[in-house]
Design a protein around this ligand. Structure first.
Ligand code: X90
Length: 279
């Protein structure tokens, strides 16, 4: 099948804006304060946004892509594979489903497969990379739908957070869970649950303890040395240290590090890190 009538689309919680060898578009989430609206696209200065938000004490929140954002991202592709942030924390998946329905009604010979990642950030990336691989291998739409659904069983996400303030203020975790991480020096390590919510696992005293804990948890949850994708919010040192710790234990690990886009930066907050891995 000609790969050029296939397209991968994801909401901006995936932290990437382009792919090398397959058509790709991202549908932006938005970060909204009383003063400003930040659109999570390639032109946004994320580090500046993080600084603005640290200096800002008013209300802030986020909004998922609307149907129109999704339709823009679908463009005119015959076959769309559409990956969203977990439907249990965002309306992105629902809005993508509505866009799919409209798109398929408007163009009866086109198809959109919407994938609820039940996760965020780097785990979306693993799914996107796999989709790219399947498209380049010349698989059909139906084959890709089946294989990507199977692949989703082999991905997981751990995270390390210094602050859960924005998550709690926006009702994405309980205030109780957030307050435990708010203590100076404490890093909350947790994972994406089966339902696509935040599951707190360990409260670590300092990053020095948190990083080896992440490696132990990767092992516990079935990591065997495959792909790891690390997204950090202005914390390249921790990402690099984690990479080394993983390589010490799993020499065959294939690791990439990148920076969080606006949505993940807003919720992971400065110093936060998300680790997607294959199991
Ligand atoms: O629709 C919206 O406004 C977006 C809401 C997103 C809320 C959660 C974002 C989480 C981002 C934080 C750590 C990883 C948690 C993963 C749990 C599945 C990153």
């Amino acid at each position: 099948m000609n790969p050029w009538n296939m397209k991968i689309v994801a909401d901006s919680s995936c932290d990437i804006f382009s792919l090398e060898s397959v058509p790709f578009a991202s549908a932006p989430l938005r970060i909204i304060t009383d003063e400003k609206e930040y659109v999570d696209d390639q032109s946004l200065d994320v580090a500046q946004m993080v600084d603005d938000l640290l200096a800002y004490s008013g209300k802030s929140g986020t909004a998922c892509p609307g149907t129109g954002d999704w339709l823009d991202a679908f463009g005119d592709a015959a076959y769309v594979f559409c990956v969203t942030i977990t439907s249990n924390l965002s309306g992105s998946y629902n809005s993508a489903r509505v866009a799919k329905q409209e798109y398929e009604e408007m163009y009866p010979d086109r198809r959109v497969f919407v994938i609820d990642s039940l996760s965020a950030g780097p785990e979306l990336n693993l799914i996107i990379e796999k989709l790219q691989e399947l498209i380049l291998a010349g698989k059909t739409y139906e084959e890709i739908c089946t294989e990507i659904t199977e692949y989703q069983q082999h991905g997981d996400l751990l995270f390390m957070l210094e602050s859960l303030k924005n998550l709690a203020n926006n009702g994405r975790v309980s205030k109780l869970v957030a307050s435990a991480a708010g203590i100076l020096g404490i890093r909350m390590v947790g994972k994406a649950s089966e339902q696509g919510t935040l599951e707190p696992l360990n409260k670590c005293r300092g990053e020095k303890k948190a990083l080896p804990t992440i490696v132990q948890l990767m092992d516990k949850y079935g990591y065997k040395g495959g792909k790891v994708r690390i997204a950090h919010c202005i914390n390249p040192e921790a990402a690099a240290k984690l990479k080394n710790l993983i390589l010490e234990k799993f020499a065959s690990a294939e690791i990439k590090i990148y920076t969080c886009g606006a949505l993940c930066s807003f919720y992971a907050e400065k110093g936060g890190m998300l680790v997607g891995f294959e199991k």
